[in-house]
Ligand binder design. Structure first.
Ligand code: PMP
Length: 426
C-alpha cells in the first residue's frame, strides 16, 4: 500500500472524508488523494516522495511558485516578533495602501482571514448600505460557503434559488436570485421587476469555479450600468482573479469598476488573508464607523500579512504578468496542439496566470455549456497525467494556475507527458 493510501485511511478515521476541504478528497475523479510533504517552485512532493509539477498552486495563492525564498524569510522574520496581537500594526496599513493603490475601485479596504469571510461581509455590507435584501448571483460562480451564497438556480427564471447544501434553510436563500452567467437580458429583467429590492450583484468577473469562463463582450459593462441605474452595488469577487489575471485584476482588464471587491488567495501569499474593499462611502458603513458589523480575532494577522505584502511587492516587478501569461499560453496552446494531433476534442484558454482546460470542441461560455464537457475523459486525463508526475486540479470544474516558477523546461515536460497521455486517451 502506498504511504498516501495509509495516510488517507488514517485521516478518514478522524477527519470527515479525510480532508479539510472537500475537493481535496478526489471524489469527482476517484483514487487516492496525494498527501503533500513539501513544495518548492513549480513542484510538490507527496508522502511517497513522488514529485509533481503543480498546476493547483494551493488553488491560486502560489503565484510566485511555492516557498519563494523572499516570502519565506519575511514570514520567519515576522514570526519572531510575535504570531498575533489582536491590535493594529503598521504592516496592515502598508498592505491596505498597496491594495488601494493597485486596484482602481478600492479606496478603503478591510482584512479578514478567508475569501468566504470577505464575500459574506461584502454581501452584508451591500445590504446594510442600500437597506435592501435581495442579491443576484450567477449559476456556477462560487463565493465561499456563507449560507445565502450556497444557492443554485430555482425552477423559474426570476424566482429565488434552492440551497446547494443541507443545513441551509430555504428562508435563508429566499433573497438570492440565481441567473445564468453571461445572460444580461435576465439581469435586466430581474432589475425591471425587482430593482427596488436588489442590494447587489455579486460575480466572479472571470469565473474560475466552473472551470474558466470569461464574460462575454459587454456583460460586465451591462451589469455596471444596471447596478448604477437601480442603485444596487456591483461586487466583483476577485478572490481568485485578484492579482492573478493581471496587476489590477479583472477590473483592470475590463475597465469596469465595481463598488466593492473581495480578495483572498494571492494577497496572502499562501497564508490566510482575505479582504474586501471599495468605495469609501460604502466601506464607512462598516463597524466601528457604521452599523454593519464585522470582526475577526486573527484579522490582519502579522505573519499572514507579512507573507501577503512580500508577495504583492514581488508581483510589481516589471514584466511579471507578461511572463506569467506567456507561460500559461505556452501550456494551453501546447496542450491543445497535442490533443488535436491525437484527434481528441479539446480546447483551452488562459488569462494571466489562470487557465481552463475543456474536453469540448468550443470554449464554453456558461455553466450549462461547461457541464456538457466530457468529464469521463477528464478523469482519464487527470489520472494519466498524475501518473506522469503532473498535478492538475482533481475536478473538471476548476481553473488551473501557473506560477512564475513554471519555466519553459517545466512547461515542456508537461507537454511531453500530455503527448503520451492524449495518445492513450484516443
Ligand atoms: N470566492 C471565490 C471566487 C473563490 O474562488 C473562493 C475559493 N475558491 C472563495 C470565494 C472562498 O474563499 P476561501 O476558500 O478562502 O474561503
Amino acid at each position: 500500500m502506498t504511504r498516501n493510501q495509509v495516510l488517507f485511511d488514517r485521516a478518514c478515521q478522524t477527519i470527515p472524508g479525510g480532508v479539510n476541504s472537500p475537493v481535496r478528497a478526489f471524489r469527482s475523479v476517484g483514487g487516492t488523494p496525494r498527501f503533500i510533504t513539501r513544495a518548492k517552485g513549480p513542484y510538490v512532493w507527496d508522502a511517497d516522495n513522488v514529485r509533481y509539477i503543480d498546476y493547483v498552486g494551493s488553488w491560486g495563492p502560489a503565484i510566485l511558485g511555492h516557498a519563494h525564498p523572499v516570502v519565506v524569510q519575511t514570514v520567519r522574520d515576522a514570526a519572531v516578533n510575535g504570531l498575533s496581537f489582536g491590535a493594529p500594526t503598521e504592516a496592515e496599513i502598508e498592505i491596505a495602501e498597496v491594495i488601494a493603490s493597485r486596484l482602481p475601485s478600492v479606496e478603503k479596504v478591510r482584512l479578514v482571514s478567508s475569501g468566504t469571510e470577505a464575500t459574506m461581509t461584502a454581501i452584508r455590507l451591500a445590504r446594510g448600505f442600500t437597506g435592501r435584501n435581495k442579491i443576484i448571483k450567477f449559476e456556477g460562480c462560487y463565493h465561499g460557503h456563507a449560507d445565502s451564497l450556497l444557492v443554485k438556480a430555482g425552477s423559474g427564471l426570476l424566482t429565488f434559488g434552492n440551497p446547494t447544501s443541507a443545513g441551509v434553510p430555504e428562508a435563508f436563500v429566499q433573497n438570492t436570485l440565481v441567473l445564468d452567467f453571461n445572460d444580461l437580458a435576465a439581469v435586466r429583467e430581474a432589475f425591471a421587476q425587482q430593482g427596488e429590492d436588489i442590494a447587489c450583484v455579486i460575480i466572479e468577473p472571470i469565473a474560475g469555479n466552473m472551470n474558466l469562463i470569461k464574460p462575454a463582450a459587454g456583460f460586465l459593462e451591462g451589469l455596471r450600468e444596471l447596478c448604477t441605474q437601480y442603485g444596487a452595488l456591483l461586487i466583483f469577487d476577485e478572490v481568485m482573479t485578484g492579482f492573478r489575471v493581471g496587476p489590477q485584476g479583472v477590473q483592470g482588464l475590463s475597465g469596469v469598476t465595481p463598488d466593492l471587491t473581495t480578495l483572498a488567495k494571492v494577497i496572502g501569499g499562501g497564508m490566510p488573508v482575505g479582504a474586501f474593499g471599495g468605495r469609501a462611502d460604502v466601506m464607512n458603513a462598516i463597524a466601528p464607523l457604521g452599523g454593519v458589523y464585522q470582526a475577526g480575532t486573527l484579522s490582519g494577522n502579522p505573519v499572514a500579512v507579512a507573507a501577503g505584502l512580500a508577495t504583492l511587492k514581488l508581483l510589481a516587478e516589471p514584466g511579471f504578468y507578461e511572463h506569467l501569461e506567456q507561460q500559461a499560453r505556452k501550456l494551453t496552446e501546447g496542450l491543445t496542439e497535442r490533443a488535436h494531433a491525437a484527434a481528441i476534442p479539446f480546447c483551452a484558454d488562459a488569462v494571466g496566470g489562470m487557465f481552463g482546460l475543456y474536453f469540448t470542441k468550443q470554449i464554453p461560455t456558461s455553466f450549462a455549456e461547461v457541464s456538457a464537457a466530457d468529464t469521463e475523459r477528464f478523469k482519464q486525463f487527470f489520472h494519466a497525467m498524475l501518473n506522469q508526475g503532473i498535478y492538475f486540479a482533481p475536478s473538471a470544474f476548476e481553473a488551473g494556475f501557473v506560477s512564475a516558477a513554471h519555466d519553459d523546461a517545466v512547461i515542456e515536460a508537461t507537454l511531453d507527458a500530455a503527448e503520451i497521455v492524449f495518445a492513450k486517451l484516443r
